[in-house]
Write a protein that binds this ligand. Structure first.
Ligand SMILES: *Cc1c(COP(=O)(O)O)cnc(C)c1O
Length: 458
């Protein structure tokens, strides 16, 4: 029988994360005065030990024992050969995926919520606030906080709060408090509700609320936690790619193509950055972050300085952005409805090291259903974007008659997102590409900010 899965033992788990900052040049984050923000300015928002990681130039960073101990609840995750999908496509490509859906919350997100909760706990913090889109991040942070005995408060984007009640139940089961955003609990939320009482909400708005709730807490023992975009989040996720490399090595394989879906960029970066390191060292590998046509940050947006949130509380970050006031259409991959993209991922896109792709909503569900009926796993709507790109690449390999090796990140399962599948299967789901007019508007929003430089890392 052919081997379907490649495992690592717990002893073989990586003991260090890979920090891409050691290998790339970055524009600094800017404060409201247009000057680089000094890291200590972030102290009301994040604990100092995480701020140090955020700006660390060190290439390899030790994973604390206490973090590894919690990660072993589900890690190392399996590397799986997608034989059934290959067969259905009739492709000569060999397709492998790293399956991150085995974590308790069902996605890659606890790879960073666990270390974040740990570093906050060690720093003496008692309570974390955060936002959540589809509910994956909120549930991942709720899980991590319960492991380390921290309180957790989650602002959940209104449309998902209504569409995905079970995510809220998961957060509550892990002891967290979850409210719909915009809420009346913060000034940012009240201002938006006054202007647009029926808003579906957005990640940008929810981030504003969570940051405000953290920094205005009078005890000084509350901090904010972000599930994507920031450098330290990308760092924590690299355990995915580092494991994958060891697993591929065991079977004598190396990918020609690496693929991940990208909302804020973290699951993609987690798999891809260890391969970016190889690419800097001479390896030939194509790397594709995949985004929705309805929220085409990297493929249509400008590379600019922009805020990470709607109210403009965060520093200006150098990234591809559709503008911080952009409210994406209420499509179903909630985790990909974000106006910006991780600055590290953005920088690598400007340099041509990563080649982004955009896919339509219907293509993603078609891919998701094919994979459910072949590989058996019902995928998260976000992961379906990666699946659509994988299928494109496998079909290209078939046309070219090439034995390509494709590796992708299966970032999560979709068992709590079945409402979206129901819509797709009953023909109610539509395609929506962002109109050019709105892209021009995004560019206008960004005109007033300084422009990042085009830097070359190598
Ligand atoms: C949140 C989420 C994403 C998108 O977030 P990234 O930071 O871009 O990884 C993708 N897949 C799943 C399953 C998610 O929960």
């Amino acid at each position: 029988m052919e081997t379907r899965k490649v495992y690592l033992t717990e002893d073989e788990m990586p003991r260090q994360w890979y920090n891409v900052l050691a290998d790339i040049k970055m524009n600094p984050p800017l404060g409201p005065d247009g000057k680089p923000v000094s890291p200590d300015k972030l102290a009301p928002v994040f604990p100092m030990n995480l701020i140090e990681q955020e700006v660390s130039p060190q290439r390899w960073i030790d994973i604390p024992e206490e973090v590894l101990r919690v990660l072993t609840i589900w890690r190392p995750t399996p590397l799986v050969r997608a034989y059934a999908l290959e067969k259905a496509l009739g492709t000569p490509a060999r397709i492998y995926y790293k399956y991150e859906g085995v974590s308790p919350p069902g996605s890659h997100k606890p790879n960073t919520s666990v270390p974040q909760a740990y570093y906050n706990k060690v720093f003496g913090i008692k309570r974390l606030t955060t936002e959540t889109g589809a509910g994956q991040w909120g549930s991942a942070l709720a899980f991590a906080c319960s492991q380390f005995g921290l309180e957790c408060k989650v602002f959940m984007v209104r449309i998902s709060f209504d569409q995905k009640p079970y995510r809220k139940s998961m957060m509550q089961a892990w002891g967290a408090n979850c409210v719909a955003s915009p809420s009346t609990e913060t000034k940012a939320g009240r201002d938006i509700l006054a202007k647009d009482p029926d808003t579906p909400g957005s990640l940008g708005i929810a981030i504003s609320e969570a940051v405000e709730a953290a920094v205005t807490d009078e005890t000084g023992q509350t901090r904010y936690s972000l599930g994507s975009v920031l450098n330290h989040v990308m760092l924590h996720q690299t355990i995915i790619g580092l494991e994958a490399k060891k697993q591929m090595e065991k079977i004598g394989e190396y990918p020609d193509v690496v693929i991940g879906c990208a909302g804020g960029g973290s699951n993609f970066a987690g798999l891809a950055f260890p391969y970016v390191y190889d690419k800097f060292n001479g390896k030939d590998v194509a790397i594709h972050p995949v985004e929705p046509e309805a929220c085409p940050t990297m493929t249509k947006g400008p590379f600019a300085y922009d805020h990470g949130d709607t109210a403009g509380y965060t520093p200006l970050l150098p990234m591809y952005s559709l503008g911080h006031t952009f409210v994406p259409p209420p499509m179903h991959a909630g985790g990909l409805r974000y106006h910006g993209m991780a600055p590290t991922v953005s920088q690598l896109v400007t340099e041509g090291i990563l080649e982004p792709k955009a896919v339509s909503q219907l293509a993603t569900y078609k891919a998701g259903v094919l994979c459910a009926r072949t590989e058996g796993v019902i995928s998260a709507p976000e992961t379906n974007h990666a699946l659509a790109c994988v299928i494109d690449e496998a079909e290209k390999a078939k046309e070219e008659g090439k034995e390509k090796v494709i590796l992708f990140n299966w970032s999560g399962h979709g068992l709590i997102d079945l409402a979206a599948y129901e819509k797709y299967l009953s023909g109610e789901l539509n395609d929506f590409a962002m109109p050019e007019r709105e892209i021009e508007e995004a560019e206008k929003v960004l005109e007033k900010y300084p422009k990042p430089q085009l830097l070359k890392s190598r």
